[in-house]
Design a protein around this ligand. Structure first.
Ligand SMILES: [Zn+2]
Ligand SMILES: [Zn+2]
Length: 241
């Protein structure tokens, strides 16, 4: 078979399998199959050099970020593969708008970062920070749940839906870290205590801003008897210079 015909055949097969970039839809021809084309991969801001020893956000210098210095979060450690900024923020926000399939794209990166962290997750369960019932109904799915399912799959861990969100989280954007903590206080309740008692829990959410939500959920998990709580998000807000 001529090379050109061979390539055509391969192209057809790839197209049959939906072998395209998750973000821009460009056809992909490299192997092993990446989820993103090179340009989209490059457009995502990786959480690289300096990261907070506690929450894992990008920091200006090594050590602990200013937010964790002010008040340590209730989760033991946090990490996120991406920095919530520019195109990366845009891509993650698409996950909330009818693009539940993007959970796989980000979850793969989250699972990889968790592996690199070397946390002890031998008997761990994966869970997530839930949306309020009303928001979930409007959106039709919960992006954190989709991420958690995929992260659990990649790490070969069980996923358990243990929280209910009993209140309404007001928009957090304009609030100070302290106000954010107050804003989320008491709105999450663990309804599946057995699932977390005596276990390490890998808590999943899409974005970490101040970490107030993750911290509140972690403190609920610990009150329900969780041993350690690790927090992973697709992206986190960097420390401000
Ligand atoms: Zn692309
Ligand atoms: Zn921190």
């Amino acid at each position: 078979m001529k090379l050109s015909a061979w390539i055509e055949r391969l192209k057809e097969r790839w197209n049959d399998h939906g072998y395209t970039c998750d973000l821009c839809g460009a056809e992909l021809f490299s192997y092993p199959q990446p989820r993103l084309c090179e340009a989209c991969e490059k457009s995502l801001l990786s959480n690289g050099n300096h990261r907070c020893d506690v929450c894992g956000r990008a920091t200006v210098t090594e050590g602990v970020c200013l937010i964790c210095k002010r008040a340590l979060p209730a989760f033991d450690k946090g990490c996120s593969p991406l920095v919530y900024h520019g195109d990366t923020a845009g891509a993650i926000n698409r996950l909330k708008k009818d693009n539940a399939y993007l959970a796989l794209t980000f979850a793969e990166k989250m699972a990889e970062r968790v592996r690199q962290e070397g946390w002890d997750l031998a008997e761990a369960v994966v869970t997530f920070v839930p949306l309020s019932k009303e928001k979930r109904r409007i959106r039709g799915y919960d992006q954190a749940e989709e991420l958690a399912k995929a992260v659990a799959k990649f790490l070969a861990l069980p996923m358990r839906d243990v929280f209910v969100c009993t209140g309404k989280k007001d928009a957090q954007k304009e609030l100070s870290p302290l106000e954010r903590r107050k804003n989320v206080e008491g709105i999450y309740r663990v309804v599946e205590r057995k699932a977390v008692k005596g276990k390490s829990v890998l808590l999943v959410d899409d974005i970490m801003t101040t970490g107030a939500t993750g911290s509140e959920c972690a403190s609920r998990l610990k009150r329900a008897g969780a041993d350690k709580v690790y927090f992973v998000t697709a992206a986190s807000l960097p420390e401000r210079k």
